[in-house]
Write a protein that binds this ligand. Structure first.
Ligand code: SF4
Length: 89
């Protein structure tokens, strides 16, 4: 489980973030390349852009669920889910 207090400083503000547990495995960058990038100097991923469409949102959720160390967080206080998302309540 990711924790907001461990959020990496590179993340853009918003709902999704990567925390310090990241092991630089590349899964999120492969899954959602528009939203995740690698910090090449320090060897980890971060959220470079929050999702701007339902498709991007769902790819971010796919990355979150696929991360092997649960380093991707979903800050519930940073925004609601898109209404069209299959993940919306
Ligand atoms: S999937 Fe998880 S561990 Fe792998 S690079 Fe992304 S945030 Fe890091």
């Amino acid at each position: 489980m990711a924790f907001v207090k461990d959020k990496l400083p590179d993340n853009v503000a918003g709902k999704f973030y990567v925390d310090r547990q990241c092991i630089d495995c590349d899964v999120c960058r492969d899954t959602s390349p528009s939203n995740f990038k690698r910090n090449d100097n320090n060897g980890y991923s971060y959220v470079c852009k929050q999702p701007e469409s339902t498709e991007e949102f769902e790819l971010c959720m796919d990355a979150l669920m696929a991360c092997p160390v649960e380093a991707i967080g979903d800050d519930a206080e940073a925004g609601d889910l898109p209404k069209a998302s299959k993940f919306a309540a």
